[in-house]
Design a protein around this ligand. Structure first.
Ligand code: GAR
Length: 223
C-alpha cells in the first residue's frame, strides 16, 4: 500500500484593482474543491475596489497598498512583496491588477506569478484590448492566463479560451463574453498549478497528463 503524503493546500494571494469577478471565481474554485488551495490574502492598490468587499465577505484577509503613496514603482513593489511573503503566499494571481510590476519583483516571484489578460496573447497586449480587437476586425478574441515576465502581457501561456467577435459587438458586450470565459479558465490554471502539473520549459508551459484528461477537441465553436 502506498500512502500519499499529505499536501498542504496551496497558499494563494490575489492582487486586484477593481471589481474582482476573477477573484470571485478563484474563491469559488477554492470553496468547491476545484482548486486544492486557499486564498490567504487579497491586496488592492485601489482602496475603492469592489473586490475587497467580496474578499471580506468570505473572511479573507485584505490589504490596501495605495500606489499613490509611493514616489517610485520600486518602493510600492517592495511593500507589496513584504505583505505577500508575510502571508506565506506560494502563488500570486494578478486578477485585474492594473499596475505594471518592476523586473526585480517579477524575477523574485518567477514561476509563481500569473496573470489573466482579456485577449488572445500575443495579440493585443496592453489596455482597452476589447476595443482594439473590434477595431482590428478580428473574428475571434478571448482570454489568456500566463506566467508573468518583465515584459507586459508576455510570458509563457498556461491556458486560453476563444470567443467569437460578433458583427454588432460593442467593447462592453465583447468584454462581458470574454469575462465569462476568464471565470472558467483562471480557476483551471490555478488548479493545475496547485496540482503541480505545470512544467515550464523555456517559453512553453507543459501540462502534465492526469487521469481526468480525455481526448482534447473543440467540438462546437460556441460551446
Ligand atoms: C478582467 O477582464 C481582466 O482580464 C482584466 O481586467 C478585468 C478585471 O475584471 N485585466 C487586465 O486587463 C490586466 N491587464 P475583474 O476585476 O472583474 O476580475
Amino acid at each position: 500500500m502506498t500512502v500519499e503524503p499529505v499536501r498542504q493546500p496551496l497558499r494563494i494571494a490575489v492582487l486586484i484593482s477593481g471589481g474582482g469577478s476573477n477573484l470571485q471565481a478563484l474563491m469559488d474554485g477554492c470553496a468547491s474543491g476545484l482548486i486544492p488551495g486557499q486564498i490567504v490574502l487579497v491586496i488592492s492598490n485601489n482602496p475603492d475596489a469592489f473586490g475587497l468587499e467580496r474578499a471580506k465577505k468570505q473572511q479573507i484577509p485584505t490589504q490596501v497598498i495605495d500606489h499613490r503613496r509611493f514616489a517610485v514603482r520600486a518602493s510600492f513593489d517592495q511593500v507589496l512583496a513584504h505583505a505577500l511573503d508575510e502571508a506565506g503566499a506560494e502563488l500570486i494571481c494578478l486578477a485585474g491588477f492594473m499596475r505594471v510590476l518592476t523586473a526585480d519583483f517579477v524575477h523574485y516571484y518567477a514561476g509563481r506569478l500569473i496573470n489573466i489578460h482579456p485577449a488572445l496573447l500575443p495579440a493585443f497586449p496592453g489596455i482597452h484590448v476589447q476595443r482594439q480587437a473590434i477595431e482590428a476586425g478580428v473574428r475571434f478574441s478571448g482570454a489568456t492566463v500566463h506566467f508573468v515576465v518583465p515584459e507586459v502581457d508576455a510570458g509563457p501561456i498556461i491556458i486560453q479560451a476563444v470567443v467569437p467577435v460578433l458583427a454588432d459587438d460593442t467593447h462592453e458586450s465583447l468584454a462581458a463574453r470574454i469575462l465569462r470565459q476568464e471565470h472558467r479558465i483562471y480557476p483551471l490554471a490555478v488548479r493545475w498549478f496547485a496540482q503541480g502539473r505545470l512544467r515550464l520549459e523555456q517559453n512553453r508551459v507543459h501540462l502534465l497528463e492526469s487521469e481526468e484528461d480525455g481526448e482534447l477537441a473543440l467540438i462546437h465553436p460556441m460551446g
